[in-house]
Design a protein around this ligand. Structure first.
Ligand SMILES: CC(C)(COP(=O)(O)OP(=O)(O)OC[C@H]1O[C@@H](n2cnc3c(N)ncnc32)[C@H](O)[C@@H]1OP(=O)(O)O)[C@@H](O)C(=O)NCCC(=O)NCCS
Length: 146
C-alpha cells in the first residue's frame, strides 16, 4: 500500500488523471447506476488526494477551497479494496492537513460513517442526480479528537 499522495490538477500526470476519472466513472456512474455529469470543471481548482495499491489507484477524494471552508468530494475506494480503512485515512489526512471547517454532501446511507469522522448533518436531505444526500459539516475545533 502506498503513502497518501496529493496534487493540484496541474500537478497530475496524464496517466494519473485518466486513472482517477476512470475509477470515478466506474464507481459513481457504473456501480451506482447513476448517469450524471461526473466530470465537471470543479476538478481544475481541486486538490486531488489518493492512495495506490498493487492494482493501481485504490482510494481517492478531492478537496475544493470555497469561501470560508473546504469541500470534500468524490470520496471513493475501488470495490475490491474496501473495508481496509483507506477512505477513512484519506479523510483524516485532509482534516490534519487543511484548514477547516470542512463540508461535504454525503450519500445519506453514509451518515454514520462520516459521523464517526466528526461530521454532523447540518441541513435537510436532498436528492442529487436521484440519490439521497445530506449536507454535513465538521468544525475546526474537533481537529485531533478521535
Ligand atoms: C463509502 C466508501 C468510500 C468507504 O470506503 P472504504 O475505504 O471501504 O472505507 P473504510 O474502510 O475507511 O471504512 C469502511 C468501514 O466503515 C463502516 N461503514 C461502512 N458503511 C457504513 C455505513 N453506512 N454506516 C456506518 N459505518 C459504515 C464499516 O465499519 C466499514 O467496515 P466493514 O466494511 O469492515 O464493516 C466506499 O464504500 C465506496 O467507495 N463506496 C462507493 C462510493 C460512495 O458511495 N462514496 C461516498 C460518496 S458520499
Amino acid at each position: 500500500m502506498s503513502e497518501i499522495q496529493e496534487a493540484p490538477f496541474e500537478g497530475l500526470s496524464l496517466e494519473r488523471l485518466y486513472e482517477i476519472l476512470r475509477l470515478r466513472v466506474e464507481v459513481f456512474v457504473v456501480e451506482q447506476k447513476c448517469p450524471y455529469r461526473e466530470i465537471d470543471n470543479a476538478d481544475f481548482g481541486a486538490i486531488h488526494v489518493w492512495t495506490d495499491d498493487e492494482q493501481g489507484l485504490a482510494s481517492y477524494l478531492r478537496v475544493i477551497k470555497e469561501e470560508d471552508h473546504c469541500r470534500i468530494g468524490r470520496v471513493l475506494t475501488r470495490a475490491n479494496a474496501r473495508s481496509k480503512g483507506l477512505s477513512r485515512k484519506l479523510i483524516q489526512h485532509v482534516l490534519d492537513g487543511t484548514d477547516g471547517p470542512w463540508v461535504l454532501s454525503a450519500q445519506s446511507y453514509l451518515r454514520d460513517w462520516y459521523g464517526n469522522l466528526g461530521f454532523t448533518q447540518n441541513g435537510a436531505e436532498f436528492l442529487e442526480d436521484g440519490i439521497p444526500h445530506i449536507p454535513m459539516l465538521r468544525e475546526c475545533e474537533e481537529i485531533g479528537e478521535s
